[in-house]
Design a protein. Structure first.
Length: 90
């Protein structure tokens, strides 16, 4: 009970975390709290990065929005294409 009180005081999610890619469930009582896992943590089942995990409450699973990642990738590719064109045209 002491560990749960400390986790609640720190504002940690008391429930489970689910990998959005494969469905692996990280239960907080297994090891250390999910929020304290190192940045390089990978899903033990599919090797997905930590940012792919979402909160699970009962049968409800949080959503994951990757739109920023896609927009940034497309913008970066457009910039590289423009620079490549400019470099070859000069």
């Amino acid at each position: 009970a002491g560990k749960n009180n400390i986790r609640e005081e720190k504002g940690y999610w008391p429930g489970e975390w689910v990998c959005a890619d494969c469905g692996y469930i990280y239960a907080p009582n297994e090891r250390i709290p999910f929020e304290e896992l190192p940045r390089g943590f990978l899903c033990p089942q599919c090797a997905g990065p930590r940012r792919r995990f979402v909160k699970k409450a009962g049968d409800v699973v949080g959503s994951l929005d990757d739109s920023g990642l896609f927009i940034g990738t497309i913008g970066g590719l457009a910039l590289v294409a423009a620079l490549l064109y400019y470099g070859l045209a000069s």
